[in-house]
Design a protein around this ligand. Sequence first.
Ligand code: GLU
Length: 305
Amino acid sequence: MRIVTPCYRGRFAPSPTGPLHFGSLVAAVASHADARSQHGEWLVRIEDVDQSRARPDAERQILEALHAFGMHSDSPPVRQSGRVTLYDAALHSLAQRELAYRCSCGRRRIAELGRPGREGPIYPGTCRVTPPAPYINSAWRVIVDGEPIAFEDRVLGPIVQDLIAEIGDFVIRRLDGYTAYQLAVVVDDEAQGITHVVRGADLLWSTPRQIRLQRLLGYRTPNYAHIPLVYGTDGHKLSKRDNAHPADPGQPMNGLRAAWLHLGQTDPPAEIRDVDAFWRWATRHWDIHRVPREQGPLNEPPDSL
Ligand code: GLU
């Protein structure tokens, strides 16, 4: 059954690996402002499919922080850990059509065999040619083809990637049994009827893989916007796992204002002092064209294109 979607349904999809830090606050603010400025819906999805990384208190901390920053999901947040049957069905559909195959190669073997790609060695397809015996523990990979995947990013403009040249057949279920991020996110965005994805530019080069999966599974492709990352003084992007720069929900206006400025938006007038007033003002003044382009190496077109 096709889900009827509104013109705009966006989402914020944090992984519960630590408290909301300033980088994820920026992503939340951008996705929320973009949705509300277009009278759209905004959903929160807890991406806890990788239970080995999920931290017990993080989900509660993130949801409380979002609340304090004045961002409220239009329906109760869903958790990926409760949706494994949906991911299994998608994997089954790919496997049945021989678009995915089992792979028992470990990291070290892939590093030895693969030539360098954008995100590590490119898997040379060893197990596609010689499948592992049925009793051997295995991951699953989806097959890519040489047709370049192109999309128009609302911040970064035209993006194109040749998955064979840069990524190779990629993992959709991991050796440890967890569904890989790429498959889970695509299944969820479709099942939730997401029309617009606004997220950090660290995920820019995941999007062509996600579009590949959407096409193989007969799903719709949402609109994408990838926003600039926040870097710490050490030059690395902020990560929840480092416990870096937690956003202070006790002083929500400070965090909101800083996130807003990071997104290149005009400074809110001084008389805006509380969260509700901020959002009333912000939904009228959000302008995605002002969002700066990611300046880090993530945005550099690969040499091969
Ligand atoms: N769960 C991912 C993260 O916390 C975001 C995934 C997405 O927005 O597609 O970085």
